[in-house]
Design a protein around this ligand. Structure first.
Ligand code: 8GP
Length: 833
C-alpha cells in the first residue's frame, strides 16, 4: 500500500514543503542550523571540518529536494530508464562539484567568509569517495555526471564498500597499504533502512510440477543476507535533474541475527553470523585489469546484481505493464563483466518466479542488456570455477548451462561440424576445474557489446570475440569512444582556464557543449591571450609544486618542464619505460660538459599511482622510481636539471591538481593494450601536450588535434604479435642505450640491485613481453624532440591552445548521447519543463 497523504491534508503539507536556499542569507541560515542542530556544535567549536559538514549539509538539502522532484517526475512520466551497473564508482569529492553544478559556489564562498571560513579550506576537508581502482571506476563517475546533466532518467547501482581503494603510503621507497575508512563524516549518503532485499546464497534446487504439469524449479534453504540501500544524490550541471546512485550495503538478514542463539547465551556465534554477512560489502577488491577468482568477490557480484534487479523489477511491476514491455522501460548497462550475473538473475526471475516461458524471457533479457568491455588483457577476463558457482549459486549454474545449451545448438546449426568453434565459444571452458567464461554470457545475453575506443573495439572484434562476430554478425558489436566530464576535469580542476575560455567565448556554454571550444582557435595568434594562457599554466604548476613540497619535501623549480605519468602502476602501462628513460637522461646529463648543460631543459619527472597489493612487479617499479629519486634529487651536480618525484596516494582529488599542471604527460602503453585511457583526455583538455604510443584513445586524440600537436612513438599494434614471437625465437636484441641503463642499475647506483632483478630479467631474459626494449630508442628520441620544442615557447603555446580547441569530441556528454541513441534507446526528460 502506498503511504500517500489524503488530498484534503495536502495543503498544509505543501505549505511547509522544504525549499532550497537561494541567497547568501538563506545559505548562512541553513549552514548555522546544521552546525547547531545536525552536528550539535556552536560558534565556539566550529572547526574547518564542521564548516565543511555544515556547507555540505546545506547543499545536500538542496540536492535532496531536487532529487525528490526528479524521482517523482520520472515516476510520473513513466518512460524508459537507464540503469548503470558498476562495481566501481570513483567519485572523488562531492562538495565542490555540487556547488558548481547547482551554481551556488559564489554564494557559499561569501557566506562562509561572513562566518569566518575560507571555502577552499572547507572543500579540502572532504575525504575522496574512492570506490574504484582506476579508469573503469572513474568512467562510471563521469557517466553519472553526464547522465544527470543531459537529463536522462538514470540510476547507478553499486556496492557501498566500507573500505574503498587503500591509501598508499611510501615507506623507505616501498608502497604500503593502509585501509581507507571513508564513511566517517560522509554527509552525501542517505540510508534507506526501509529499502531492503533478502539475497540468497548456497542451498539447493528442487524440481516440481505446477498444477498444469509444467516443470518448475525452486531454489531453497540457502543462507540469506540482507541488502540495504544507501542513496547518493547526483546533481546535473545547471539542470533540475538530480539522479540517484544506489549503493547496497550488506547486513545479517532480519531473521538471521539469531535470537535463539542470542537468548541461549551463544552471543559469539550470533555476532559471527552478523559479521559474515557484513563482510560482503566490506572492501573493494584493489585490482585493476586483473581478476583473481575469489569466492567473496563472486558473492559481492551476486549480492549487488540480485539486489539491483529486485529493485528494478519492483519498479517496473508498479507500472502494471506486460513483461514484453520490460525492454521498452528498462535499459541495463553492464560496466565490464562484473555484473554479468544480472543477465542470469533476470532470466531466473522471469522463468522461476514470474512463470514466463524460456524463449520469451530470453528475448526480454537480450533486449534489456548492453555490455561494455574495457580490456583485452587475458588476465583481466573473468572466469569463475564451476564448482564454486555450483556451491554458491546452484540455480544460476543450471540456467547458465541451459543458456549455453541453446546457444551452442544454434551455433551448431549455422556452423555444422565445427567442433573447435563450439569449444571456443562455449560459456564453459573445459579445463580442470571447468570454468564459466563471464564475457561469453555477457555477449550472448546482450543486444550490444561495445569497446571504449576505435582501436580497442576493432581489436575485440578481431581477437578475443572474433567467433562471436561470425555468429551474430557485426551489428551486435560497436564502438563508443570514452570521454570525460568537462565539469570536473576543466571547470572544477582548472577554474582559471575555464574562466579565461568563458571570457573569450562569451560564456560557459562550452561546459555543456564542448565542441564550442573550437572557437578558441581564432585566438591562437593573439599575443595577450597566449600570455594569459601561459600564466594560468604557470600558476597551476606552482600549485602542484606546493603539493609536491608538502608530500615529499622536495622543492621543484616550477619553470622546469613538468613531465607527468599518473595512473595505476602496471607493466602494460610501462612506467618502467619511463623510469628507464629518466635514468638514461640522468646518465646523459652527467656526461655533459658545463657548456652542454646550459642547453638542457630542466625537467621534473612526476609519477603517481597505486600498485595492486599482490602485484610484485608493479611494486618493484614503484621502488625503482623512489630509489632513482633518492639518488638524482640529492645529486648537486645535477641540481634543477632533473628531479624525480613520486606522489603518494594518487587519487581523484590529487588528479584535479595534477592534470592542469603538466607540460607533457605520458600515455605510453604497449600498442594494443590500453583499451582507451581517459587521463590522456584530461591532460590535453587542460592544455598539456602528450607523449604516447599509437594505442587506445591516443589515436583518436591525434586525429582530432592533429599529429603536429602530439608526440607519438613506438611500434604499432599490428606489429606487436610478430615482435613478441621473434623475441622468443632468438631474435631478441637489447637496445644498447637500455643496456647502459641496466648496467647502471646493476652496478648499484640506485641501491641494492637485487631489488630490481626481476624487472630487468623480464626484459633481458624473459621475452620483454611489453616491448620496452623495442620502443626504447624511439621513446628517447621523441623526448629529445619534446625538449627541443619546449624551448620554443610560442610554438608550444600555439599547440596547447589548438589542442584544447579541438577536444570537443571527448566530452562525456557526446559519449552518453551515443549510448542513449545506439544502445539504450532512451530519451532525456527535462524536469524543468
Ligand atoms: C580500463 C582501461 O584499462 C582503460 O584503458 C579505459 O580507459 C578504462 O577502463 C575505461 O574504459 N579498464 C579497466 O580498468 C579494467 O578493465 N578493469 C577491470 C578488469 C577489472
Amino acid at each position: 500500500v502506498e503511504a500517500s497523504i489524503p488530498e484534503p491534508l495536502r495543503e498544509a503539507w505543501r505549505k511547509h514543503s522544504a525549499t532550497e536556499f537561494t541567497s547568501k542569507d538563506e545559505f548562512e541560515r541553513d549552514f548555522v542550523r546544521h552546525i547547531e542542530t545536525t552536528l550539535a556544535r556552536s560558534l565556539y567549536n566550529c572547526d574547518e571540518l564542521a564548516a565543511y559538514s555544515g556547507t555540505a549539509l546545506a547543499f545536500r538539502d538542496r540536492l535532496i529536494i531536487e532529487w525528490n522532484r526528479t524521482q517523482q517526475r520520472q515516476t510520473f512520466t513513466d518512460q524508459k530508464r537507464v540503469y548503470y551497473l558498476s562495481l566501481e564508482f570513483l567519485m572523488g569529492r562531492a562538495l565542490d562539484n555540487a556547488m558548481l553544478n547547482v551554481g551556488m559556489k559564489d554564494v557559499a564562498r561569501d557566506g562562509l567568509a561572513d562566518l569566518g571560513f575560507r571555502i577552499e579550506d572547507a572543500i579540502t576537508q572532504e575525504h575522496d569517495a574512492a570506490l574504484g581502482n582506476g579508469g573503469l571506476g572513474r568512467l562510471a563517475a563521469c557517466f553519472l555526471d553526464s547522465m544527470a546533466t543531459l537529463n536522462y532518467p538514470a540510476w547507478g547501482y553499486g556496492l557501498r564498500y566500507r573500505y574503498g581503494i587503500f591509501k598508499q603510503e611510501i615507506v623507505n621507497g616501498y608502497q604500503m597499504e593502509v585501509p581507507d575508512y571513508w564513511l566517517d563524516n560522509n554527509p552525501w549518503e542517505f540510508p534507506r533502512h526501509d529499502i531492503t532485499v533478502d539475497i540468497q546464497f548456497y542451498g539447493h534446487v528442487t524440481k516440481y510440477q505446477d498444477e498444469n504439469g509444467k516443470v518448475c524449479h525452486s531454489w531453497e534453504s540457502g543462507e540469506t543476507v540482507q541488502a540495504v540501500a544507501y542513496d547518493v544524490p547526483i546533481p546535473g550541471y545547471r539542470t533540475k535533474t538530480t539522479n540517484n546512485l544506489r549503493l547496497w550495503s550488506s547486513k545479517a538478514s532480519s531473521g538471521e541475527f539469531d535470537f535463539q542463539k542470542f537468548n541461549a547465551g551463544d552471543y559469539e556465534s550470533a555476532v559471527a553470523d552478523q559479521q559474515t554477512a557484513e563482510t560482503i560489502s566490506a572492501v573493494l577488491y584493489p585490482n585493476d585489469n586483473l581478476e583473481r577468482g575469489k569466492e567473496l568477490r563472486l558473492k559481492q557480484q551476486y549480492f549487488w546484481c540480485a539486489a539491483s534487479l529486485y529493485d528494478i523489477v519492483r519498479r517496473f511491476k508498479k507500472t502494471n505493464r506486460a513483461w514484453s514491455e520490460f525492454p521498452d522501460q528498462v535499459a541495463i548497462q553492464l560496466n565490464d563483466t562484473h555484473p554479468t550475473l544480472a543477465i542470469v538473475e533476470l532470466q531466473r526471475i522471469l522463468i522461476d518466479v514470474e512463470g514466463l516461458e524460456w524463449d520469451e524471457a530470453w528475448r526480454i533479457v537480450i533486449g534489456t542488456f548492453g555490455y561494455t568491455n574495457h580490456t583485452v588483457l587475458p588476465e583481466a577476463l573473468e572466469k569463475w570455477s564451476v564448482p564454486l558457482m555450483q556451491n554458491l549459486l546452484p540455480r544460476h549454474l543450471q540456467i547458465i548451462y541451459d543458456i549455453n545449451l541453446f546457444f551452442l545448438q544454434s551455433v551448431e546449426k549455422r556452423f555444422p561440424n565445427d567442433r573447435d568453434m563450439l569449444s571456443r565459444v562455449s560459456i564453459i571452458e573445459e579445463s580442470h576445474p571447468k570454468m564459466v567464461r563471464m564475457a561469453h554470457i555477457a555477449i550472448i545475453g546482450s543486444h550490444k557489446v561495445n569497446g571504449v575506443a576505435e582501436l580497442h573495439s576493432d581489436l575485440i572484434k578481431t581477437t578475443i570475440f572474433k567467433d562471436f562476430v561470425q555468429i551474430y554478425g557485426p551489428d551486435r558489436f560497436t564502438n563508443v569512444t570514452n570521454g570525460i566530464t568537462p565539469r570536473r576535469w576543466l571547470h572544477q580542476a582548472n577554474p582559471a582556464l575555464s574562466a579565461l575560455i568563458a571570457e573569450k567565448l562569451g560564456g560557459y556554454e562550452f561546459l555543456t557543449d564542448l565542441t564550442l571550444l573550437d572557437k578558441l582557435e581564432t585566438f591562437v595568434d593573439d599575443k595577450n591571450f597566449r600570455r594569459e594562457w601561459s600564466d594560468i599554466k604557470a600558476k597551476n604548476k606552482l600549485r602542484l609544486a606546493r603539493l609536491i613540497k608538502d608530500l615529499t619535501g622536495y622543492s621543484v623549480n616550477p619553470n622546469s618542464l613538468f613531465d607527468v605519468q599518473v595512473k595505476r602502476i602496471h607493466e602494460y602501462k610501462r612506467q618502467q619505460l619511463n623510469i628507464f628513460g629518466v635514468i638514461h637522461r640522468y646518465l646523459s646529463i652527467k656526461a655533459m660538459t658545463p657548456e652542454q648543460r646550459k642547453k638542457v631543459v630542466p625537467r621534473v619527472s612526476i609519477f603517481g599511482g597505486k600498485a595492486a597489493p599482490g602485484y610484485w612487479m608493479a611494486k618493484s617499479i614503484i621502488y625503482l622510481i623512489n630509489s632513482v629519486a633518492a639518488v638524482v634529487n640529492k645529486d648537486d651536480d645535477i641540481g634543477d636539471l632533473l628531479k624525480v618525484i613520486f606522489i603518494e596516494d594518487y587519487n581523484v582529488s590529487k588528479a584535479e591538481i595534477i592534470c592542469p599542471a603538466s607540460d607533457i604527460s605520458e600515455h605510453i602503453s604497449t600498442a594494443g593494450t590500453e583499451a582507451s585511457g581517459t587521463s590522456n583526455m584530461k591532460f590535453v583538455l587542460n592544455g598539456g601536450l602528450i607523449i604516447g604510443t599509437c594505442d587506445g584513445a591516443n589515436i583518436e586524440i591525434t586525429r582530432e588535434i592533429g599529429e603536429q600537436n602530439i608526440f607519438l612513438f613506438g611500434n604499432l599494434a599490428e606489429d606487436v604479435e610478430d615482435l613478441r614471437h621473434r623475441h622468443f625465437y632468438g631474435g631478441f636484441q637489447l637496445d644498447p642505450q637500455l643496456k647502459r641503463v641496466f648496467e647502471t642499475i646493476k652496478a648499484g647506483t640506485f641501491g641494492d640491485p637485487s631489488s630490481f632483478n626481476s624487472l630487468i630479467s623480464s626484459i633481458e631474459e624473459h621475452g620483454d613481453y611489453y616491448l620496452v626494449s623495442d620502443d626504447f630508442n624511439s621513446y628517447i628520441a621523441t623526448h629529445e624532440m619534446v625538449d627541443k620544442e619546449f624551448q620554443n615557447q610560442e610554438e608550444w603555446l600555439a599547440k596547447s591552445i589548438t589542442s584544447v580547441a579541438r577536444m570537443g569530441f571527448f566530452s562525456m556528454d557526446r559519449v552518453t548521447n551515443e549510448y542513449a541513441d545506439s544502445i539504450w534507446n532512451v530519451e532525456p526528460l527535462d524536469i524543468a519543463d
